[in-house]
Design a binder for this molecule. Structure first.
Ligand code: UDX
Length: 447
């Protein structure tokens, strides 16, 4: 099939590459000229496993093209909208880019259009868009139809290609003709046994929010339990294992830590709260997921204040990890950013390192003179730190030699926001102070 994708962000880019891999002819449009030029030169604008190789492979064999010139899209069997839907100040998702692109597609069309919404949009958006476009088609006296299908995307950063090609399920929402076209497009995946579920557009849109919010809920739940575990000297790792083996609960997304970040969970929890509230539905349950997360992102700073007791945090603090999770250079809503901002406010001097997210963080704090940017995990420790915070569980930190850590840190405490280390190993290495989330603090004294 000929497929046009609008938006070369995470979802647009990964979908473009994977649909080309499935044998379709894909053209991906974005108004960001610099990004398109970068892609046309075979460069990948995001850090994502397998993406650069597949991008080049598909461009090289002629299946995939990029453009910032809308006229380059001459014909397409399916038009996929994958533009961003950022949070507005009140938590609502801003769907203006989706609407703009949809109008553009219909305006340029000469025949029936299959329009797919892949962006995460508030429930009811596709139906509203349908009414709007029908009206435009009548006004402009165009004698064709626009079939709108909702097709939410569930890929995770860091494993995006795998999540697309080996999805747990594909959800499509709409009327029969549009759904049929999407089933044809996804045929190579359906053939491998991936279930495709047809439903109404509203259900498809709500499924996307529900999946993300339920996962965010699991994280906030285990983080709240971790607070109780800390207060009662229980161990959250043991609790997670104990409840996760119940098949009704499942062990995924029960890793306690300093909260969730990224481009989806924070935004989608807020958007679903708004979606409920505009219909006068009590959204306390959903809202508290966000509230718990905000408190959890402060965990390291709270522990640090307790440890140093005097609330004077004008210390030299090292931070390992800046990305919102390992496997990505994305720092959107990352817990590390909240920690950095709080500590800078308290007058701390910081020494930061991340294996891939350093450049993005440098851009964000370009004018900040209290930050030193280290080139390795070890370099952070060379600076006679007063404390070390671990904000992302990159393997390079998890595998770091504990004896070196002890030697470099001396009596400086570690605040491990991602529970990277086994407590027995920490004890054996005789680290002076080790605090982790929802687990007993480990203290060692020479006497
Ligand atoms: C998420 C959804 O998983 C994906 O289906 C959707 O399409 C987009 O949003 P992503 O944001 O890439 O994907 O990352 P994910 O792996 O879900 O992690 C999100 C955040 O939760 C990270 O900050 C991670 O550190 C945190 N997390 C995850 C935990 O704190 N504990 C866990 O047990 C799991």
């Amino acid at each position: 099939m000929q497929i046009a994708i609008y938006g070369a962000g995470y979802v647009g880019l990964v979908s473009a590459v994977c649909l080309a891999k499935l044998g379709h002819h894909v053209i991906c449009f974005d108004t960001n000229v610099a990004k398109i030029n970068f892609l046309c030169a075979g460069q990948c604008p995001i850090y994502e496993a397998q993406l650069p190789e597949m991008l080049n492979e598909q461009m090289h064999n002629g299946q995939l093209k990029f453009t910032h010139i809308i006229e380059d899209i001459t014909a397409a069997d399916i038009h996929i909208i994958a533009t961003g839907t950022p949070s507005l100040a009140d938590g609502h998702a801003d769907i203006s880019q989706v609407l703009e692109v949809a109008k553009l597609i219909v305006h340029r069309a000469q025949d029936d259009v299959i329009l797919v919404i892949k962006s995460t949009v508030p429930v009811g958006t596709a139906d509203k868009l349908d009414d709007l476009l029908k009206q435009e088609l009548i006004t402009s006296q165009k004698g064709f139809c626009c079939h709108i299908v909702s097709n939410p995307e569930f890929l995770r950063e860091g494993t995006a290609i795998k999540d697309f090609l080996f999805a747990d399920r594909i959800i499509i929402g709409g009327a029969e003709y549009g759904l049929l076209q999407l089933k044809t497009m996804y045929q190579p995946l359906i053939k491998t046994g991936i279930p495709i579920i047809s439903m109404s557009r509203n259900s498809a849109e709500l499924s996307k929010y529900s999946a993300n919010v339920l996962l965010a809920n699991k994280i906030s739940f285990i983080n709240k339990i971790s607070e109780i575990a800390e207060a009662y000297a229980a161990n959250i790792d043991e609790v997670s294992q104990g409840i996760g083996l119940d098949r009704r609960i499942g062990s995924d997304f029960l890793q306690a830590g300093i909260g969730y970040g990224g481009s989806c969970f924070p935004k989608d929890v807020r958007a679903l709260t708004q979606i409920a509230q505009v219909k006068n539905i009590d959204a306390t349950l959903i809202q508290s997921i966000d509230n718990v997360n905000k408190v959890q992102q402060k965990w390291a700073v709270t522990q640090l204040s307790k440890h140093f007791a005097n609330n004077n945090l004008s210390l030299k603090i090292g931070i390992w990890g800046l990305a919102f999770k390992p496997g990505t250079d994305d720092i959107r809503e990352a817990s590390s950013i909240e920690i950095i901002k709080s500590l800078l406010k308290c007058g701390a001097r910081l020494n930061l390192f991340d294996p891939v997210a350093l450049i993005n963080t440098q851009e964000l704090f370009a004018a900040e003179t209290a930050i030193t940017w280290s080139k390795s995990a070890c370099e952070v420790l060379e600076d006679h730190l007063d404390a070390l915070i671990i904000a992302t569980e990159w393997p390079v930190f998890k595998n770091f030699c504990l004896h070196t850590l002890k030697e470099k840190l001396g009596y400086a405490p570690i605040f491990d926001g991602r529970n990277c280390f086994d407590l027995m190993k920490i004890k054996a290495a005789k680290l002076a102070y080790y605090y982790s989330v929802g687990r007993p603090a480990i203290k060692y004294s020479e006497e």
